[in-house]
Design a protein around this ligand. Sequence first.
Ligand SMILES: Nc1ncnc2c1ncn2[C@@H]1O[C@H](COP(=O)(O)OP(=O)(O)O)[C@@H](O)[C@H]1O
Ligand SMILES: [Mg+2]
Length: 246
Amino acid sequence: MAEPIIAVRHLSKSFGANVVLRDIDFTVSSGDVTTVIGPSGSGKSTLLRCINLLETPTSGSVIFHDQDVTGRGVDPAAYRSKVGMVFQSFNLFSNMTVLDNCTVGQRKVLKKDAETARKNAIRYLEQVGMAPYINARPRQLSGGQKQRVAIARALAMEPEVLLFDEPTSALDPEMVGEVLSVMRDLARGGMTMIVVTHEMAFARDVSNHVVFMADGVIAEEGLPGELFQDPKNPRTREFLARFREN
Ligand SMILES: Nc1ncnc2c1ncn2[C@@H]1O[C@H](COP(=O)(O)OP(=O)(O)O)[C@@H](O)[C@H]1O
Ligand SMILES: [Mg+2]
């Protein structure tokens, strides 16, 4: 059996009186591609942000291997090098070249020397088809290119898990495919991923576990074949029906 890498245990999150996540519980094992689907406002981003320690859970925990990373004594930067994140809005450093975007974390967090960081960065930029652009600035790139650089930057940290928060939602439609194709290749290569997405074909075809969230709870989860073919919860059915109409 594959080894569990991340276990989210009874996680809840409130902002003031607004309870955004309630008792979220699931496990991600090595090589899993878990997709998280659900309506806007259901708490998907907040869940990823809790897993990445960008938000502090109100209760419950996130266990990475055997360590509760929501406890004391965890260095968020070191943890994020193991559990990387790719955002909808790319979040590249706009004042840095493509290459520098992909080396700065390796230098600062992993303490790699300049030459090693550069070689690593180029290897991952090649993997996403962005090696010809090492000297470009983010503003010179299309959305799809920016997102591929953001993926290379995350990969250059050699993470054990990658989190994606709607990585194609900010893209023009013609650029969605190039980013999904990079993600599909990563999944095939065995990368452990948690992907929040509205790309139902990706969730169905690439992931091995689908989590459907509604109003801050996991309303339904399971194998993609089962959840998409035969959703049990009326809310899942209603949500999926909206996609089928398109
Ligand atoms: N920093 C914050 N402060 C207050 N409320 C927040 C904050 N972040 C998210 N929320 C609220 O949490 C709920 C879930 O948001 P989010 O996790 O972004 O949902 P999703 O990603 O599924 O669209 C929303 O009602 C949102 O307004
Ligand atoms: Mg969101």
